[in-house]
Design a protein around this ligand. Sequence first.
Ligand code: SF4
Length: 362
Amino acid sequence: MKYLIDKLTSNGSLSKEEWCMLIDRRTSDTAEHLFENARKKREQYYGKDVYIRGLMEFTNYCRNDCLYCGIRKSNANVTRYRLTKEQILACCEAGYSLGFRTFVLQGGEDGYFTDDRMTEIISEIRRKFTDCAITLSMGERSRESYQRFFDAGANRYLLRHETYNYEHYSRLHPENLSAKNRQQCLWDLKEIGYQVGTGFMVGSPYQTTENLAEDMLFLQKLNPQMVGIGPFIPHHDTPFCDFHAGTLELTLFMLGLIRLLIPKVLLPATTALGTIAPNGRELGILAGANVVMPNLSPIDVRKNYTLYDNKICMGTEAAECIEDLTKRMESIGYKIVTVRGDSLNESLGTGHLSKRDRVNIN
Ligand code: SF4
């Protein structure tokens, strides 16, 4: 399989059959070869730097009922909370003094945060922190809403596509949600001018190798600036509580593949990776990742933002968390840097793709 990794390294693309073959027939030898190539690509563009993002989980209310998610609306066992504008700004202040230059506002799809409320919050952060990037991660909204947030000063938007395949998507989500609409949101965000992040779960229920191959083809077509992937981890209060978690091994392998597919992409070693293995984030960096996202949310609300079980860093202050991550990264020869850390993967826009091209990846 090494020849397919060499082909991916030099061409930046594989056919669907080749993706399937590479994923299905991977061995520890193939993985080592992959990670070596992935690290070279990552270091060619980003050196040994690791970017940090200050994550603020500003609401755990959500109108949706995704079957894998711990804060889905049907979970009556969640204590719901929303941060006020003042609390969000205080998190930004604290984060700024710790060196964060990107703030990520992440939340469920919460009707309380209307366009007007969000625009006010974004404008205020933009006014106070002119040298910082503002990233939003708050699900599906109308194109008009996305435009308003962009005009107010947001720069980046994270929206995992979760799985490209329509049928697989429908097995993970309630009927009112569709892969088509989610993917359309990503194209809209890109057209507006956001630096766009997408991603998927590894080892989600019913996922096949073919689904992962389709995810890779979709990433190639969308050409996002960021890709966040993490293992599926079951949450005890969801319909998927009895499914197995995705593995560390396959998640790392997919991280390496993504680095070779889009060499300049920003690729986080996610909290979920650190949850399934104590050194998961270090291994993620060694597989080609270059971003970590410490939590800046107030400690007392963190326990209520559990999308999956056993999430790490629930009670650690942001400052301690940075200290810990700095040591972890140094131990593997990398270093945390306090810059905005924009993606070097420039957007090609979407004008070169017809609507049919965007949908059909096969
Ligand atoms: S995955 Fe996102 S949209 Fe779905 S229920 Fe959870 S927070 Fe809501």
